[in-house]
Design a protein around this ligand. Structure first.
Ligand code: NAX
Ligand code: K
Length: 484
């Protein structure tokens, strides 16, 4: 598991560390890391380091100081470095002196055109963790003129450090070098995209950090959490997943959610609903009945995709919520809960519920998301005493106790009709096996995204292809566990 820490936590850790090391040490460590990545990018994009040209965009604070020191390190490797000062009277003095000593050029924003045009790489040291709001007009104009790849120092300037929100002009980096740990800007929403590839450089601050504010799962974490049957297991012990989804008119959701539950490794899938024939035809291993009332025992329910928002869907949801087993409620089930909060009364208070809304469903259930997605999902998880998984390029999964897990999409190919049905089937499969619901949602999100990526191989796919690719995705995460 990799942690993500808010800027507040990072600042506090930096304060503690700074008291123990000579002044300027951390900045030079940070800058050394930036210079190393800059050299790597120059090699990649310009075929070498010595003789190549780098422009530094330097703002008023320590972020600009990092860029200037990195420029000084690059000068020693034969790079032509020009610093563009956006705020000359507030430029980091030691950093500027170091760059000048190393033979770097310094220009003001008004005369930066030639340096930016000639640059093989641009380093964004405009603003770091103290950044507020989008780029100011002067910086925005310069950034718009950049054609070379951009390496962001700590974070792409103009993005909100704690929410990843982009609300105007912002740097779009090819890569970001950050210090000590990942911050929310690197993993949330537009910030994740604007950060490019994120490299974490250790500067000592990582040793001072408390428990993370959010976590990201690695392939090995998912591989370790995904249930593997043992010699004593049988189909019941592996878990029976109930699927209450789809309808005779719209059988697709039923077929996809049931298929994902099968491929996710549950011991048995019981389907209950009016799409029983379609489910049987595609997945003969599924035990299909017409109604939840005669579905038999299950260890978890998936409810919602395609059940409709009328009276029949309402009754199905009420039955499932009162069954006393974990529930993954998706799609129409969320709309029903939003419209009729009394449905919550049916729930056994100790039964875990995982809600998997997309943005529209989330808004219906819990109000507008706003720029701080994590705060919104945390609030909803607490309010509904449920695990809440908000879908998006970054999937955010909150536990009612405040823990948050995020999953970054590899690509947008899985954003296709029926994709959500696959996710809920996978979650159901894990819930039935007794996996902790918060972790189950995180693991399912990871495998869902990986399956989409493996199926797509750079071309569009349908949700059925994602279901087919689930075993490949599971082999991949299990291999990561074995190889460590
Ligand atoms: N504190 C530490 O121990 C370390 C800090 N480091 C660097 O220090 C950075 C934080 O430095 P600072 O706190 O000095 O502040 P920043 O460099 O993030 O910001 C400087 C100033 O820019 C202005 N500003 C805010 N939003 C802006 C916007 N949208 N456009 C233009 N200007 C804006 C504000 O006046 C702000 O105080 C980190 O991101 C990192 O790069 C590193 O050197 C590592 C060690
Ligand atoms: K920056």
């Amino acid at each position: 598991m990799r942690g993500v820490w808010t800027t507040e936590a990072v600042r506090a850790a930096e304060q503690r560390l700074m008291a123990t090391v000579p002044e300027g040490t951390l900045m030079r460590r940070a800058a050394f890391g930036v210079a190393g990545q800059a050299a790597r990018l120059l090699t990649e994009h310009a075929g070498g380091v010595s003789g190549r040209r780098v422009a530094l965009l330097v703002g008023a604070g320590s972020n600009g100081g990092d860029a200037l020191w990195a420029g000084a390190f690059l000068r020693r490797r034969g790079v032509g470095v020009t610093a563009v000062l956006l705020n000359p009277e507030r430029t980091h003095a030691e950093g500027l002196a170091a760059l000048r000593r190393a033979g770097g050029r310094v220009v003001e924003a008004g005369s930066a055109g030639a340096a930016l045009t000639a640059a093989d790489l641009v380093v964004d040291g405009i603003v770091g963790l103290s950044g507020k709001g989008p780029l100011r007009p002067g910086a925005a104009e310069l950034v718009a003129a950049v054609t070379a790849p951009v390496l962001a120092v700590d974070m792409p300037s103009g993005v909100d450090p704690d929410t990843g929100a982009v609300d105007g002009p912002a740097v779009r980096a090819a890569a970001t070098v950050t210090f000590g740990c990942r911050k929310p800007v690197h993993v949330l929403g537009a910030g994740a995209v604007h950060s490019g590839t994120v490299h974490v450089v250790e500067i000592g601050v990582e040793r001072e950090l408390p428990e993370p504010d959010m976590v990201l799962l690695d392939a090995a974490d998912v591989g370790a959490a995904w249930p593997v049957p043992g010699a004593e297991d049988n189909k019941y012990r592996r878990g029976v997943t109930g699927v209450a989804a789809g309808s005779a008119t719209y059988p697709g959701a039923a077929v996809l959610a049931s298929g994902a539950a099968v491929q996710g490794g549950t011991g048995m899938v019981r389907y209950a609903g009016t799409a029983a024939d379609a489910v049987r035809a595609r997945w003969p291993e599924v035990v299909a009945t017409g109604s939840v009332t005669d579905a038999g025992r299950v260890q978890a329910w998936v409810v919602g995709p395609g059940v409709g928002t009328g009276g029949a869907g309402h009754d199905v949801l009420e039955h499932v919520l009162s069954a006393g087993v974990p529930v993954c409620a998706d799609a129409d089930a969320i709309t029903l809960l939003a419209r009729d909060p009394d449905l919550w009364d049916a729930r056994d208070p100790d039964t875990p519920v995982v809600l998997t809304p997309h943005e529209g469903e989330f808004a219906r259930l819990a109000g507008e998301i706003g720029p701080d997605r994590v705060a919104a999902v945390r609030r909803a998880a607490e309010r509904f005493r449920s695990i809440v998984l908000l879908k998006g390029h970054t999937t955010v999964i909150a536990h009612p106790d405040g823990r948050v897990l995020v999953n970054l999409a590899r690509s947008a190919w899985p954003a296709t009709a029926g994709s959500g049905d696959v996710l809920s089937g996978l979650i159901g499969s894990l819930l039935a096996a007794g996996v902790d619901p918060w972790l189950a949602a995180g693991c399912a999100a990871y495998v869902h995204d990986l399956a989409g990526d493996l199926a797509a191989e750079g071309a569009p796919i349908g949700a059925s292809a994602m279901v087919e690719a689930v075993p490949d995705a599971l082999r991949t995460v299990r291999a990561a566990t074995v190889t460590g």
